[in-house]
Design a protein around this ligand. Sequence first.
Ligand SMILES: *Cc1c(COP(=O)(O)O)cnc(C)c1O
Length: 404
Amino acid sequence: MEKQQYIDRAEHALYKIYNRFPVVFDHGDGVKLYDTDGQEYLDFGAGIAVLGLGYNCQELNDAVKAQIDKLWHTSNLFYNEPAVAAGEKLQKAAGMEKVFFTNSGTEAIEGALKIAKRYAYNKGMAPDYEIIAMKHSFHGRSLGALSVTGNDHYQEPFAPLIPNIKFAEFNNLDSVKSLMNEKTVAVLMETVQGEGGIYPATEEFIKGVRTLCDEHDALLMLDEIQCGMGRTGDMFAWQGYGVKPDVMTVAKALGNGVPIGAFLASGKAATAMVPGDHGTTYGGNPLVCATASKVLDLFEEKKITEHVKEVGAYLWEKLDGLAAQYDCIAAHRGKGLIQGLEFQMPVAPVVANALLEQKLVLISAGTQIIRFVPPLVIERADVDEMVQKLSAAIEAVLAAEKQK
Ligand SMILES: *Cc1c(COP(=O)(O)O)cnc(C)c1O
């Protein structure tokens, strides 16, 4: 079928929420995607930081297929072996006490928020207790997650949301300090802000927030949905800072594409909720947990974090080169294989389109930033190919700007 026919059918049937690129993907292999016209693309988006192990990873495919023939779902009224295995591996990787499996990142955030609320309730705090979140953050689209997402444009049409959420400036410790008081029950932030423009927390900031939380008996809740699972070169980004959260959320690369997320908790946060407080029908079912369990094994076998450090440093060097070469690039930020280039002008969507012409998939974060969140298994040669295509796209956009 013609590409345009798929697009027309999609627009006819599917709720109009996304502005999609006019590409219909058919299959993938490693770090390459193929569309229905048989065109090959180099992928530096990984389905929004999801396909850590890349496409068509044979060991993972085999593990999932084996589970498909065995057992998909039982409900959480019973125990299942893959959930035990995945839970233990996640617990060990994070060095945290308890794991709860969800179906998405958003649901992991909902769970974290419920821990914070339950913690306040357990402490007998008055109901006007406060949660501090960050400006320019992103935590998901449900009403709870939206309440802590520091973006007026997303929030406004759905107000009123959860009350008593205060927004601090990310990487500004004074800003958190000024909002923190006896009403504060938790601070929630991404260790590396993703959608907000690829801003890693500074060490001073994250350590300072940890100390403030300790002083106020507040929970530090770190959203590692995008920056966790090896992406920064540590299994979880906070492990590179020498701080530890009370609650952490993960998702995206945990399932390499099957819908699974989790929240983890330690200390008082690990016992705040009790049986009956929370639940899910699908969450942690054998199918998705067998996948996550194998993903965690493969991360160890393939020494993914070491590889990310190595190839991430190479990507850093190459993008620094581009930033030096082109005046239109204002900044280069990030860590490991989550990096961003910020343009002087709001051309990120135009660049992303020009990149598709070059058969490179790269996503934007806002209107001025392009985001590099490739499969974690990319090699130096892929980085070189990407840089070539990106240079060509930037040249094309600059030439078009001149024409105007
Ligand atoms: C993607 C993302 C979420 C939401 O996850 P979903 O799986 O889309 O629900 C939350 N927080 C961060 C930091 C994310 O990048």
